[in-house]
Design a protein around this ligand. Structure first.
Ligand SMILES: Nc1ncnc2c1ncn2[C@@H]1O[C@H](COP(=O)(O)OP(=O)(O)O)[C@@H](O)[C@H]1O
Ligand SMILES: CSC[C@H]1O[C@H](OP(=O)(O)O)[C@H](O)[C@@H]1O
Length: 405
C-alpha cells in the first residue's frame, strides 16, 4: 500500500496508468492539474492518441483556503462510494468511477471533456430541453433506491454509518445555515448590499425557519444524498447530463438535493439581467429556467411516486396516503433549501460565477438583492407554496415586485 502523498502531475499520471488498461502499453502520457473547485486536486491524464482520464485527489485541507483549514481526506472515499452507488441506480447520469485508492485518497474516473459544466452553459445562455427530465431521473432513482422505501432497517442503518461524513457536513452546517445569518468572518459581502446582508443578522423570523431546515439536515436521514448538487457539479452536452463531485454525500433529507439544484437554477434566474444584454435574451433565459424547474419537479414527483407505488418493500410504507404526504413534505423542504442556497451563495463564503461575473457593480447588487429577497420569501412561505405552479408564480411575482417597486 502506498502511503498518502500529495500528487505531482507525474504521480497522477503513474496512478492513472497503473489502474487503467485504457492507455495501452508504451503510451506517451502527460498530465495537467486543472481543478477549479474549492477543495481538491483534479488532473487530466492524456496519451499521445488523445485518450484521457481524470485523477481527483483529496488534499488534507480545503484547497480554496489552504492548510489553515484541515479537512479529512476520507471525503474521497465518500465521493467514490456515493458515485458508485448512484451509478448502480442511474448509470446514465453519474460519472463513472474506474478505480479508488483509499490510502492515496485518489479517484480515477472517466473524462467528461465532451461536456460543459452546467453553470458555464447557463451563463452562456445555452439551453437544453433534456436538463430537467434527466436530472429528475437521477434524483428520483438515486434517492428512492437508497431510502427506507427499499432498504431493510438493518441495511439502512449500515448505509447511514458507511456514509457518515462529519467534516463535509460541518462545512454545510456552517456555510449554508449559520454564517449568512450572522456577522461571520468567513462571509464575503459586496459593499453595495451590506444593508440587505446585515438585515439577515437580525431577522429572527427567518432565522427560526432556517433553524427548522438545519435541524432536518442534521436529523432526517431519508436517503443517500449527493449533498452538493449545484450547477458546478453537473456536466451537460447536447444529449446528456452527468453528475460529478459527490464528496458531500451523506444520509439526509431528500428535499436538500432537489432544493440545492432548484436554488442554483434560481440563482441564474435572478442573475439574468446582469448576464444577458437585451431584455429579450433575459426573458428568454428566465422563461427557460422556470420551464426547467417545472419539469424537474413534475418529472421527479411522477417518477418517485411511481417507484413508491411499484417498488416499496416495507409493507407499512406502501400506504398511499403516507406516500403522497411524504412527497409533499419533500417539496416543502426543497423550497426551503433552495431559499438557503440563494442566500448563502450571495453573502456566504462560496460565491458563484452567475453573480460574480456581473461586471457592473450596481447591476450585480440589484441581482444580489433579488437573490436575498427571493431566498427569504421561499424560506418563510414554503409551507404555503403547495404546488409547482404556486412556487413559480411566487418566484416571478417576488422578483418583479422588487424590480419595479
Ligand atoms: N470527470 C471529469 N471530467 C472532466 N472534468 C472534470 C471531471 N471531474 C472534475 N472535472 C473538472 O475539475 C473541476 C473541479 O472538479 P470538482 O469535482 O468540482 O472539484 P472540487 O471537489 O474541488 O470542487 C470541475 O469544475 C471540472 O472542470
Ligand atoms: C470550503 S468549501 C465551500 C463550498 O465548496 C463546495 O463546493 P465545490 O467543492 O463544488 O466547489 C461546497 O459547495 C461548499 O459549501
Amino acid at each position: 500500500m502506498t502511503a498518502y502523498q500529495i500528487f505531482t502531475s507525474e504521480q497522477a499520471m503513474r496512478f492513472a496508468d497503473e489502474h487503467s488498461e485504457l492507455f495501452g502499453e508504451h503510451s506517451k502520457l502527460s498530465a495537467t492539474e486543472f481543478g477549479d473547485g474549492n477543495l481538491n486536486l483534479v488532473f487530466r491524464v492524456v496519451n499521445d492518441k488523445g485518450t484521457s482520464l481524470i485523477v481527483k485527489q483529496a488534499l488534507p485541507y480545503a484547497r480554496c483556503v489552504g492548510e489553515s483549514w484541515p479537512l479529512s481526506t476520507d471525503r474521497a472515499r465518500i465521493e467514490a462510494e456515493v458515485l458508485k452507488l448512484h451509478a448502480r441506480f442511474c448509470p446514465e447520469h453519474t460519472v463513472e468511477v474506474l478505480h479508488f485508492d483509499r490510502a492515496l485518497s485518489a479517484i480515477l474516473m472517466e473524462d467528461l471533456k465532451q461536456y460543459d459544466i452546467l453553470r458555464t452553459a447557463l451563463i452562456k445562455g445555452k439551453q437544453f430541453a433534456h436538463l430537467a427530465p434527466q436530472l429528475a431521473n437521477y434524483l428520483a432513482n438515486t434517492l428512492f433506491y437508497t431510502s427506507d422505501f427499499v432498504l431493510t432497517g438493518p441495511a439502512k442503518k449500515a448505509a447511514v454509518a458507511q456514509f457518515t461524513n462529519p467534516d463535509l457536513c460541518l462545512i454545510t452546517e456552517d456555510l449554508f445555515f449559520t454564517d449568512p445569518y450572522c456577522n461571520h468572518e468567513r462571509n464575503t459581502i459586496h459593499s453595495l448590499i451590506l444593508p440587505s446582508a446585515r438585515a439577515l443578522w437580525y431577522d429572527t423570523d427567518l432565522q427560526a425557519e432556517v433553524a427548522m431546515l438545519k435541524a432536518d439536515f442534521l436529523s432526517k436521514p431519508q436517503a443517500l444524498l449527493h449533498g452538493d448538487l449545484h450547477s458546478g457539479s453537473i456536466f451537460i452536452n447536447n444529449e446528456n447530463c452527468k453528475v460529478i463531485d459527490a464528496e458531500f454525500g451523506f444520509y439526509g433529507p431528500i428535499g436538500f438535493d432537489v432544493g440545492v439544484l432548484i436554488g442554483n437554477l434560481l440563482i441564474n434566474y435572478v442573475a439574468s439581467p446582469g448576464v444577458f444584454k437585451t431584455p429579450e435574451e433575459q426573458s428568454q433565459q428566465q422563461h427557460y429556467l422556470l420551464t426547467q424547474i417545472h419539469t424537474l419537479w413534475q418529472h421527479f414527483a411522477d417518477t418517485f411516486s411511481q417507484l413508491q407505488q411499484t417498488a416499496t418493500q416495507d409493507p407499512t410504507l406502501q400506504n398511499s396516503r403516507y406516500q403522497q404526504r411524504f412527497l409533499q413534505q419533500v417539496f416543502t423542504d426543497a423550497i426551503g433549501y433552495a431559499g438557503c442556497e440563494l442566500i448563502r451563495r450571495t453573502v456566504g463564503l462560496a460565491h458563484v460565477a452567475d453573480l460574480e461575473r456581473i461586471s457592473d457593480a450596481k447591476q450585480r447588487a440589484v441581482c444580489e438583492i433579488h437573490a436575498l429577497t427571493l431566498g427569504r420569501v421561499l424560506i418563510l412561505e414554503r409551507a404555503q407554496l403547495d404546488s409547482i405552479t404556486a412556487l413559480l408564480d411566487k418566484v416571478q411575482r417576488t422578483v418583479a415586485a422588487i424590480a419595479a417597486p
